[in-house]
Design a protein around this ligand. Structure first.
Ligand code: NAD
Ligand code: TYD
Length: 369
């Protein structure tokens, strides 16, 4: 289908990847309308969509588990595609409270699928696409010498988060095979970049370095992730909407495997360099070791490991390269630089989302939009 000719419903469009995706999609002038459906949980921030001056963006404060609402939005806006980001997404939270993960990721995805089936497949049916945004974590953990995950790798989720995402992937697949829903799924590696809530490794470490707080490294810090700058993931999703084959999975990665400890050391180095180059940073962040000319590396602290911690993820994205024309554009250096600079320039955003002040502002400003 030609997805760019009809309205797009983006679930979770006020979260980290969703916001970056929506901002990129608005650059496509031919798209008549982008409807963002987001429950604005702790991870979703309407403020991340602030400053967008475009009548085509329509924000709806609502829950993906509300099937009737999703059906209403699809009909009202004549949406021909869904890009489904909304989820509970943090592994540590899934360990301390798995229920929300099953509810949002499994029941919520199922409600979205039921709504799409009802609106798009009833009667003569309409051309459509349901794109499901999933994760490499569904494949489980690799050993140091194992080949990267291909799309044929067995699903072996280890955390309640990855198990709930795996269940949602299976439902998406089943709605294609059983009912003929035109679905695609991307399984992507760890993302980083602007607007990421500071509970995930990279933004958490940036704000802790700036605040001079201990940097908690789980276990030995030698767990490996394949880091991808968020814009590259968003480009992959767009390519999948345009060229992806219904019913298929596509792995998306960055060819950028690094142990956690190296990531944190790199962030320390970059922040120390920036303090060396700009005196004003020491005034803004006096608690940061670099403000006293010391190294931020002194903050590294090994803490108890995460239970069931996956050791290594690595992605074989040759199918996406061959069939979608996907290739990551950002390097480790350039992506990290952009990210560190964004957090330095957007202190009000991260302080606001962390202390909840944006949430209170959102409740009064966004609820009726
Ligand atoms: P996020 O936690 O930053 O954002 C999730 C968004 O979903 C928030 O805006 C939240 O308010 C919204 N949401 C949660 N429950 C909802 C509900 N019941 N109804 C409506 N909205 C709801 O997540 P993210 O990092 O942007 O991830 C987006 C998607 O990409 C997720 O499905 C995640 O599994 C997947 N993914 C993430 C990564 C990563 O590194 N962040 C990597 C691969 C895949
Ligand atoms: P995270 O950003 O939570 O993503 P995921 O668990 O989905 O990969 O964590 C990335 C890696 O960093 C993971 O191996 C856990 C580790 N980690 C720490 O060592 N300390 C921390 O404080 C956090 C949040 C993560």
């Amino acid at each position: 289908m030609e997805y760019a000719k009809s309205s797009v419903l983006v679930s979770g469009g006020a979260g980290f990847i969703g916001v970056n995706f929506v901002r990129g999609l608005l650059g496509r002038r031919e798209i008549p309308r982008i409807v963002v459906l987001d429950a604005l949980t702790y991870a979703g921030n309407g403020a991340s969509l602030d400053g967008i001056d475009d009548d085509r963006l329509h924000f709806v404060h609502g829950d993906i588990r509300d099937q009737a609402l999703v059906e209403k939005l699809l009909r009202e806006h004549e949406a021909g595609s869904i890009v489904h980001f909304a989820a509970e997404s943090h592994v540590d939270r899934s360990i301390s409270g798995p229920d929300a993960f099953v509810s949002t990721n499994v029941d919520g995805t199922h409600a979205m699928l039921k709504a799409a089936r009802s609106v798009w497949l009833e009667g003569t049916g309409v051309d459509h696409r349901f794109h499901h945004v999933s994760t490499d974590e569904v494949y489980g953990s690799l050993g140091p010498g194992d080949a990267p995950f291909t799309e044929g790798h067995q699903y072996q989720p280890n955390s309640p988060y990855s198990a709930s995402k795996a269940a949602s992937d299976h439902l998406v697949r089943a709605y294609h095979h059983t009912f003929g829903l035109q679905v695609t799924t991307t399984n992507c590696s760890n993302n980083y970049g602007p607007y990421q809530f500071p509970e995930k490794l990279i933004p958490l470490m940036i704000v802790k370095i700036l605040g001079g707080q201990p940097l908690p490294i789980y276990g030995d810090g030698m767990q490996v992730r394949d880091w991808l700058f968020v814009d590259d993931h968003c480009r992959a999703i767009e390519a999948c909407l345009e060229r992806g084959v219904a019913g298929e999975l596509y792995n998306i990665g960055g060819s950028n495997e690094r142990p956690n400890i190296e990531i944190v050391q790199k962030l320390c180095e970059m922040i120390d360099e920036r303090f060396g180059a700009s005196e004003s940073l020491a005034n803004r962040f006096p608690e940061c070791p670099a403000a006293r000319g010391e190294t931020s590396m002194s903050l590294l602290t090994h803490v108890k490991d995460r239970p069931g911690h996956d050791r290594r993820y690595a992605i074989d994205f040759r199918r996406a390269e061959a069939e979608l024309g996907y290739h990551p554009q950002e390097t480790f250096e350039s992506g990290f630089s952009r990210t560190v600079d964004w957090y330095l320039e957007n202190e009000a955003w991260w302080r606001g989302v962390m202390d909840g002040s944006y949430r209170r502002w959102i409740d009064s400003n966004y609820a009726s939009r």
